[in-house]
Design a protein around this ligand. Structure first.
Ligand SMILES: Nc1ncnc2c1ncn2[C@@H]1O[C@H](COP(=O)(O)OP(=O)(O)OP(=O)(O)O)[C@@H](O)[C@H]1O
Length: 596
C-alpha cells in the first residue's frame, strides 16, 4: 500500500456538489412550513372547535338557569354543558400537542437551513458577524420562531375569532350591554395596542444583547488558556458581566411589559363588569332583560377576557418571534461564498505547467492597508515551492486566496490552468488541500481528523502509515481508544503532536495542490526532519506550496517566492535569490522584520 499516493485523476474522487442553499425568501416561515401545512390546518381547526365548545358553555348555562327558573329538568343542558367544557379542554390539549409538533419541526428546519447557510458564508463575513453571535442565532433565536408559527398562525387568529364570536353572542343576548362592555374594554385595548407595538422594538434589542453576550463568552472561552495565563479572569468576568447586565437591561422592559398584559386585561374586564352591572340593573328591573339572559351575558363577559388575554399575550410573544425572524432574514440575506457551476468533465483543462499563477493580484483585508499589490508569480505543477517573507507580508493570505477562502480585489488567480473564480468551490477545494497556520483539528476522533476531506475509503493500515510518517503511530496506539479516541475535550495531544496529526491528514490527500502554512512551526528538529521528508515525498508528484520562516523549507525548495512585505515579489531558486536579492539574503540571515 502506498503511504503517499500519487495525485490521481479527479473524476473518481470529485465530491458531489453540495445541495445549493435555499435562497432567502421574503417570509422565511413559508418555506419552513412545507410538509406541515396539513398539521397546522388541523391544529387551527381543533383550536377553533375548542373555542366553539368554550363558547357553547355559557349558552348552555343559560339553558340550565332557565330550566331551573321554570322548574324543569336540567339533565339535558347540564350534560351538554359538561360535554362542552370537557370537550373544550381536550381539544385545547390536542391543539397544543399538534402545534408543539409543527413548531419544533419548523425550528429544526430553520436550524438546518441556518447551519447550511452559515457554513457557506465567506470567512470575512463570519468574522465580521462574530462566531458567538451567529451561534446565538442558531441556538436561542431559532427557538423563538416557534411562537411565530404557534401564535401567529393559530392562537392569535383563533383568539380574534373567539373574541368576535363572544361579542356576537353577547350582542345577540343584549346589544346595549354589549356596547357598554366593549366601551369599557376600550381603554384597556388602547393600552394593550401601545404595549405590543413597543414590544417588537424591545425584543429586537434584547436578542442583539444576547448575541453580544454569546459572542463575548465564545471569544473568551476560545482564548481560555491565554485568559488564565495572563490572569485575565477578573477583567474578562467584568467585561462579560457588563454584557450580561446589558442583556438584563434589554430584557427587563420586555418582561415588565409582558407582566402588565394580564393586569391590563383584568382591569378592562373589571371595568366592563362594573359598567355592565350598573347598566343591567335598571333593565332587569324594567323587565327588558331576563335573569337567565343576564346570567348568560355575564358568563360571556367573563369568558371574553380569556381570548383577549390570549390575543394580547400572543401579540407580545409574536413581536419577540418577529424580531427573531428579522434577525434571520438579515442572516439569510448575507451572501454565501460565490460558487461556479460544475463543468462537464470534457471541459476540464489539461494539467498545466504552473499549478498556481497569480497575475497582477491585489488584496486588502477590510479596514487594513493593501496586503498584496499587483502581485504576479507562478508555482510549478510538480515540486516544492517555498513561500517566504517577513511576518505580515501576506503569505497566509496568498494561500487563502488560492483556496478561495478570500477573494482578490483585482487581478487573476489561475489554479490548474483555470481562473480560480471559475472552479466550483467544492472541486477547487478537492484539488487543493490546505493546512492552516494553527494546524486546526476538528472536534472528533483521531480517525475523523485523519479522514477529513477524503472521499475514498481509507483503511486503518493506511492511516497508521501516515501517522508513522510523522512519528505519531505509537502515540496514537497508546491512546485509550487508539484511532477512535476523541480529541479536543478531556483528552488531547500536545501542540506539536496536533500539528503532526494535521500533516498526517495532508499525507493522505490525493489533491494536485497542497498548501501548507507553517507546518513545522511547533516541531522539534527530529519531528521537523520527519515532516520535511514526508512533504518532499508529497512534492514528488504534485505542487506543494509551503509558507514558512524555516531555512530548511527554503533550502529544499525547487522554487522560492519571496513576498518582501512591500508588495514586491521575487521568484527563483534558492541559490539564484541568494545571489540576486538583498531582501532574501536579509531574510535568510535572520533579518526578517515585521511588516508594519
Ligand atoms: N482577518 C484579518 N483582518 C484584517 N487584516 C488581516 C487579517 N488577517 C491578516 N491581516 C493583515 O494582513 C497582513 C498579511 O497577513 P498574513 O497573515 O497573510 O501574513 P503572513 O505573511 O502569513 O504573516 P506571518 O508570517 O506572521 O504568519 C498582515 O499585515 C495582517 O495585519
Amino acid at each position: 500500500m502506498t503511504l503517499l499516493p500519487t495525485a490521481r485523476p479527479h473524476r473518481a474522487q470529485a465530491r458531489p456538489s453540495p445541495a445549493p442553499a435555499t435562497p432567502p425568501g421574503p417570509w422565511i416561515g413559508r418555506d419552513l412550513l412545507r410538509g406541515s401545512r396539513a398539521l397546522l390546518a388541523l391544529a387551527a381547526a381543533v383550536s377553533l372547535a375548542s373555542a366553539a365548545a368554550s363558547l357553547a358553555g355559557p349558552w348552555l348555562a343559560m339553558d340550565v338557569t332557565s330550566a331551573l327558573t321554570r322548574r324543569e329538568s336540567i339533565t339535558g343542558p347540564a350534560v351538554g354543558m359538561s360535554v362542552a367544557v370537557l370537550g373544550a379542554a381536550a381539544l385545547q390539549a390536542l391543539c397544543g400537542w399538534l402545534l408543539a409538533t409543527v413548531g419544533e419541526r419548523t425550528v429544526l428546519r430553520l436550524r438546518h437551513r441556518s447551519v447550511d447557510h452559515l457554513l457557506r458564508l465567506p470567512l470575512r463575513t463570519v468574522r465580521e458577524e462574530g462566531v458567538g453571535s451567529l451561534t446565538a442565532k442558531v441556538t436561542s433565536d431559532a427557538a423563538l420562531l416557534r411562537t411565530v408559527v404557534e401564535t401567529g398562525l393559530v392562537h392569535l387568529p383563533v383568539a380574534v375569532i373567539a373574541t368576535a364570536a363572544t361579542l356576537t353572542a353577547m350582542a345577540v343576548i343584549d346589544p346595549v350591554l354589549t356596547l357598554v362592555a366593549a366601551g369599557s374594554f376600550g381603554l384597556a385595548g388602547a393600552c394593550l395596542a401601545l404595549m405590543t407595538a413597543r414590544m417588537k422594538h424591545l425584543a429586537g434589542a434584547q436578542q442583539r444583547a444576547v448575541g453580544r453576550l454569546a459572542q463575548g463568552l465564545t471569544a473568551h472561552l476560545t482564548a481560555l488558556v491565554t485568559v488564565k495565563a495572563c490572569r485575565h479572569e477578573a477583567a474578562a468576568g467584568r467585561s462579560l458581566g457588563r454584557a450580561a447586565a446589558d442583556v438584563r437591561s434589554a430584557s427587563l422592559p420586555v418582561s415588565r411589559l409582558h407582566c402588565l398584559i394580564g393586569p391590563v386585561v383584568s382591569l378592562g374586564q373589571q371595568a366592563a363588569v362594573l359598567a355592565v352591572a350598573l347598566a343591567a340593573g335598571p333593565r332587569i328591573a324594567r323587565g327588558e332583560l331576563s335573569l337567565s339572559a343576564f346570567s348568560g351575558f355575564f358568563l360571556y363577559l367573563l369568558h371574553l377576557s380569556s381570548p383577549i388575554a390570549v390575543a394580547a399575550v400572543g401579540i407580545g410573544h409574536l413581536q419577540t418571534g418577529l424580531a427573531a425572524r428579522g434577525r434571520f432574514q438579515r442572516l439569510f440575506a448575507l451572501p454565501a461564498e460565490r460558487d461556479a457551476p460544475r463543468l462537464p468533465p470534457a471541459a476540464r483543462p489539461p494539467r498545466p505547467v504552473a499549478a498556481v499563477a497569480f497575475e497582477d493580484v491585489s488584496f486588502t483585508h477590510a479596514g487594513n492597508g493593501p496586503v498584496l499589490d499587483r502581485v504576479s508569480f507562478r508555482a510549478p505543477a510538480i515540486g516544492l515551492t517555498a513561500l517566504v517573507g517577513p511576518s505580515g507580508a501576506g503569505k497566509s493570505t496568498v494561500l487563502a486566496l488560492i483556496n478561495r477562502l478570500v477573494e482578490p480585489d483585482r487581478g487573476e488567480i489561475r489554479v490548474l490552468g483555470r481562473p480560480a473564480a471559475d472552479w466550483p468551490l467544492d472541486e477547487l477545494r478537492t484539488r487543493t488541500t490546505y493546512l492552516d497556520q494553527q494546524s486546526t483539528l476538528v472536534e472528533g476522533t483521531v480517525r475523523q481528523n485523519l479522514r477529513l476531506g477524503l472521499m475514498r475509503p481509507v483503511g486503518d493500515e493506511e492511516l497508521m502509515e501516515a501517522l508513522e510518517a510523522v512519528g505519531l503511530r505509537e502515540t496514537v496506539r497508546s491512546l485509550p481508544r487508539s484511532l477512535d479516541t476523541p480529541l479536543g475535550r478531556a483528552l488531547d495531544l500536545s501542540g506539536g503532536q496536533r500539528q503532526r496529526l494535521a500533516v498526517a491528514r495532508v499525507l493522505l490527500t490525493d489533491s494536485e495542490i497542497v498548501l501548507l502554512d507553517e507546518p513545522n512551526s511547533q516541531l522539534d528538529s527530529a519531528s521537523e526532519r520527519l515532516v520535511t521528508r514526508a512533504v518532499e515525498q508529497l512534492a514528488a508528484t504534485r505542487c506543494v506550496i509551503v509558507a514558512s520562516h524555516r531555512l530548511s523549507a527554503v533550502r529544499d525548495a525547487r522554487h522560492v517566492i519571496l513576498l518582501d512585505g512591500d508588495g514586491t515579489v521575487v521568484t527563483g531558486g534558492h541559490e539564484h535569490l541568494l545571489a540576486t536579492s538583498g531582501s532574501y539574503r536579509a531574510l535568510i540571515a535572520g533579518g526578517a522584520a515585521t511588516r508594519r
